[in-house]
Ligand binder design. Structure first.
Ligand SMILES: Nc1ncnc2c1ncn2[C@@H]1O[C@H](COP(=O)(O)OP(=O)(O)O)[C@@H](O)[C@H]1O
Ligand SMILES: [Mg+2]
Length: 236
């Protein structure tokens, strides 16, 4: 039987380039195990560092073919998984418990599509295998609950009188100012109070191992938020 060269196996694996990050699997640190047994069966374990369900099938096929073309290889088995890393952007800022990464969707203007973008981004990441939470940081015109079909008036459960259990909708975890205030809550809030409320929503929600959340910046409106109409955010 032909001796299988480990170097040739590695070269075959390196033929594949990640379509998004444009690196090979070794450069990405994604190769967890590569070896051949005495019968010429090769096993490769790949762990991609980002939500990548959509490309897993193609990767598997391409790399299996490349490995099976190596001299002496009878068959190849490629396992593709993913492990989301926590990317630290600013080292002095403490992370949020249960949240690995945060994507902020913000603008200084209302009605430009922040909520729409945030919801689509969250659902797309989820379809790629991420566990996603969405924080509606729009204090004056929260619309995430409506967009996710959370029934009006539904309140999140609390724990220890301190933490919110996020709502689940379409598989996403969600929390929003709309879930925790009532029509009677005065909404003529000023800057520090608004940022305090957003921080509380972010830090006192029991996010469950989210790969990412999509908080949105509060609209820059200073007018009271008309709680009754849970329609999309008023343009401001
Ligand atoms: N890409 C887009 N093209 C056309 N209309 C859009 C687009 N994105 C959002 N909209 C519409 O614009 C309106 C405002 O969007 P929304 O996401 O609520 O904005 P924001 O959160 O910034 O206030 C909604 O009616 C939404 O359906
Ligand atoms: Mg909005």
């Amino acid at each position: 039987m032909t001796q299988i060269s480990q170097q040739a196996l590695e070269a075959a694996v390196r033929e594949y380039r990640d379509p998004y990050l444009e690196k090979d699997l070794y450069e990405l640190g994604a190769v967890k195990n590569l070896g051949a047994d005495e019968n010429g069966k090769v096993t490769l374990i790949v762990e991609l560092p980002y939500p990548s369900k959509g490309i897993a099938g193609g990767l598997k096929q391409i790399v299996t073919n490349a490995l099976e073309n190596v001299d002496g290889v009878d068959s190849a088995e490629v396992h593709v998984g993913q492990k989301i890393h926590s990317y630290k952007v600013q080292k002095d800022i403490p992370s949020v418990p249960g949240v690995k990464n945060i994507i902020a969707v913000a603008s200084g203007k209302g009605g430009v599509g922040k909520s729409t973008t945030a919801v689509n981004l969250a659902l797309a990441l989820q379809a790629e295998g991420a566990r996603v939470g969405i924080l509606d940081a729009d204090i004056y015109g929260p619309s995430i609950g409506m967009m996710l079909g959370v029934p009006e008036g539904k309140r999140p459960e609390t724990r220890e009188n301190k933490y919110f259990v996020p709502m689940e909708a379409h598989g996403l975890q969600a929390n929003s100012m709309a879930f925790v205030v009532t029509e009677k809550t005065p909404m003529v809030w000023r800057g520090p109070m608004v940022s305090g409320a957003v921080m509380q929503l972010l830090q006192q929600t029991l996010w469950n191992d989210s790969s990412s959340t999509c908080p949105r910046a509060p609209a820059t409106s200073s007018s009271p938020w008309p709680r009754k109409s849970r329609s999309p955010a008023p343009s401001s």
